[in-house]
Design a protein around this ligand. Structure first.
Ligand SMILES: Cc1cc2nc3c(=O)[nH]c(=O)nc-3n(C[C@H](O)[C@H](O)[C@H](O)COP(=O)(O)OP(=O)(O)OC[C@H]3O[C@@H](n4cnc5c(N)ncnc54)[C@H](O)[C@@H]3O)c2cc1C
Length: 345
């Protein structure tokens, strides 16, 4: 039996702690509750939005005149184990970091560098979460979805999810009809490959004289690095990185380095394009640890990619602060930043 709440404050369902009210909100604990809620919403012609932990969403001040479904579907099942692999199916509402901890405890490799990312397991696929050299695309086998068009549960293979840098079919398609109910990962029994480790992790291991490369030592390294750099969303309202790293052509990149007379941190995308560090662009533009008294928003002192809500009251003000950052960076560098968290609805 589903419990439909009315006129719910949406700031309690976003780690940026902003937004109006939802007309209806239901916490979904099972596939049956998911189906039941969708049927109820469709019967009453209500639009639907599914969320997990709200760590990558910002609600509009106007709120949402529909039904928010908060995915709390649990479950963890390991199967088809062979000498080198284990498949694991996880309920979309499981807390992601607890799942990483559990697989690390099983001494499995594949998601240990994605430690301490807030939110739910289902949402990791939505923006193909990535950190410290790993992305969910590297281990995802398939997702179970509920299709709002024909009201059936289906399996979508990883390739059908169209995962790309911080995006997927679930994020890029405005008419996405899929609600994710479970995620299946293929994890490995081999130990982590040193050649694939991110430089900051290698530096941490060296500094701490750690030579034993296991999922557990990598997880601990990532937790320590992240905790020293990022604000805890339970204490300081934020959505993590507020901008993605922009992709520009090599031609533009070289002329930018020359005109600024600076070495800009970058990563090769393909033969024509390069990704540049958005954090560097923001810091270069003089906006690291920048506090805007007018709007109540700021950039974080040790990671300027993170926008924090110090005393902000409205999403309108956050958008004004975002546009100020985008305009300033563009005027200083000619590069346009793109927002990472989604503004809903
Ligand atoms: C401090 C901090 C650090 C972060 N670090 C990283 C990082 O290193 N790398 C990274 O990639 N991200 C990072 N994030 C962003 C965020 O944590 C991830 O994107 C996370 O996967 C979002 O999970 P969530 O459950 O909170 O999703 P939500 O914010 O609830 O939802 C995000 C999007 O997914 C959709 N969605 C959620 N669940 C479902 C579902 N079951 N079915 C269909 N659609 C769904 C929502 O509609 C929304 O569009 C960070 C955030 C914070 C606050």
């Amino acid at each position: 039996m589903i419990d439909v709440k009315q006129n719910v404050l949406l700031k309690d369902y976003s780690t940026m702690r902003l937004g109006g009210t939802a007309r209806y909100l239901v916490e979904i604990n099972s596939r049956q509750e998911l189906e039941e809620s969708v049927l109820l919403a469709q019967k009453n012609s209500l639009p639907i939005l599914m969320i997990g932990g709200g760590s990558n969403v910002i609600w509009r001040d106007e709120g949402f005149a529909g039904m928010v479904l908060v995915n709390k579907i649990t479950g963890f099942r390991a199967f088809e184990e062979d000498a080198s692999n284990v498949f694991i199916t996880i309920g979309a509402g499981e807390k992601w970091d607890s799942m990483v901890a559990q697989t690390v405890q099983m001494n499995l490799t594949g998601i240990e560098s994605l430690s301490l990312i807030p939110g739910s397991t289902g949402a990791t696929v939505v923006q193909n979460v990535g950190a410290y050299g790993q992305e969910i695309s590297q281990t995802l086998t398939n997702v179970e979805v509920f299709d709002l068009q024909d009201l059936k549960f289906k399996i979508l293979s990883s390739s059908n999810c169209l995962l790309s840098y911080r995006s997927s079919i679930f994020k890029s398609n405005p008419k996405n009809p899929y609600l994710i109910s479970a995620v299946t990962l293929n994890l490995s029994k081999s130990q982590p490959d040193k050649s694939k480790l991110y430089p900051a992790v290698i530096e941490y291991l060296n500094q701490n004289n750690i030579t034993d490369l296991t999922p557990a030592t990598i997880r601990q390294a990532v937790i320590d690095i992240r905790s020293s750099k990022l604000p805890d969303p339970n204490v300081i309202a934020n959505n993590g990185s507020f901008f993605t790293n922009p992709t520009i052509s090599y031609q533009k990149f070289f002329s930018l380095q020359k005109s600024l007379n600076q070495a800009i941190p970058h990563w090769k995308v393909d033969t024509d394009n390069v990704k540049v560090a958005a954090a560097w662009l923001i810091e270069y533009s003089g906006l690291k640890d920048y506090h805007d008294q007018n709007t109540g928003f700021a950039t974080w002192k040790t990671q300027p990619l993170v926008v924090i809500n110090e005393s902000g009251k409205s999403t309108r003000d956050l958008i004004a602060f975002r546009d100020f950052i985008i305009d300033t960076v563009y005027n200083k560098t000619g590069v346009t930043l793109i927002q990472e968290p989604q503004i809903l609805p």
